[in-house]
Design a protein around this ligand. Structure first.
Ligand SMILES: [Zn+2]
Length: 313
């Protein structure tokens, strides 16, 4: 079996909604459960601290983030929080059967109030500037006629650069995307996205945007959230076609998986848990993909990117 690294999982959001008061180790079945992770050989994932847009604003976004951090510390047990490159390396060598996670902030409105160092103290090193709406830094993919970063957003991106944080471009509107690309010299990734060549909506990335992230040796996490495929359900062949399209244009080095599990309702689709990636691997193998390339897409590309760009890397 191929180990999997997933660039985006909404585990905290999922547990707060579906299993309030429970501990992760109490979840006895399902995609997001100890059993689901071990059956699908999930090695590492980015655990999203997702701050919904209604909480944007002075005080409220900070409170929301503190609630999410507290919830994560108290309720996600049995999984190791990996805080730097060395943690990640050691974990993957010593605990090949277990699952660890790194933290990712989805919607960084709080950085209009907090210092970037405050996030580092919590072990958060990956920052997505927005969710769907507008916040005090920039506009998300759901804003009509977006214009880009706010003045505060410009200042925050400069500090993120100085502090060598990883920037997650998922959800950022296109003008903001290009401003960040110009302004920011650090590592770029998109934790969960679809491709506009298949489904042309602002939430997805165009070929030009993908090419920019590849040129910067960043990482692109392909989602299996059907909303970003423009389909009610996703089959393994759909995921295959996205991967193959990408690899034909850009090679396999900068592509990974960013499921968005926990961030959407799974309604009986074929790709509904981590075991579907083993089926996908078989499909790629039959189609002539080298084992190395399959392993790169399923885990090794994220591993390399994170080891290089997390603190101590
Ligand atoms: Zn998202």
């Amino acid at each position: 079996m191929f180990p999997i690294i997933d660039g985006h999982v909404d585990l905290v959001h999922f547990m707060r909604q579906k299993a309030p008061g429970l501990n992760f180790s109490d979840l006895d079945s399902g995609t997001l459960s100890p059993e689901g992770f071990s059956q699908g050989k999930l090695s590492v994932f980015s655990s999203a601290l997702f701050c919904p847009d209604p909480f944007n604003g002075p005080g409220t976004s900070g409170q929301m983030l503190q609630d999410l951090i507290r919830y994560s510390l108290e309720n996600i047990s049995g999984l190791q929080h990996l805080k730097d490159a060395n943690d990640l390396k050691q974990f993957c060598i010593k605990e090949p059967e277990k699952t660890g996670y790194i933290l990712l902030l989805e919607n960084a409105d709080v950085l209009a109030d907090w210092a970037v160092r405050d996030l580092k103290d919590y072990g958060i090193f990956i920052i997505g500037l927005t969710h769907i709406g507008k916040n005090r830094l920039a506009e998300g993919n759901g804003v009509n006629f977006p214009s880009g970063l706010t003045e505060k957003g410009y200042r925050v991106v400069r500090v993120l650069d100085e502090e060598q944080m990883i920037l997650d471009l998922a959800h950022l509107s296109e003008p903001g995307f290009w401003q960040v690309v110009d302004l920011y010299s650090g590592p770029l990734m998109t934790s969960h996205t679809g491709f506009r060549n298949f489904f042309d909506v602002p939430r997805n990335l165009s070929e030009k945007q993908l090419s920019e992230i590849v040129a910067r040796d960043g990482l692109i996490g392909l989602t299996i959230n059907p909303e970003m495929f423009g389909q009610p359900q996703i089959e393994i062949t759909d995921v295959y076609h996205h991967i193959d399209w990408f690899v034909q244009r850009f090679g396999s080095r900068n592509l990974g998986i960013g499921t968005d599990f926990g961030g959407f309702e799974i309604t009986g689709q074929q790709c509904s848990d981590y075991t579907c990636f083993q089926d996908l691997a078989e499909y790629l193998d039959k189609d002539g993909y080298a084992k190395n390339d399959i392993q790169s897409i399923l885990a090794d590309n994220w591993y390399r990117f994170l080891v290089r760009n997390l603190p101590g890397g």
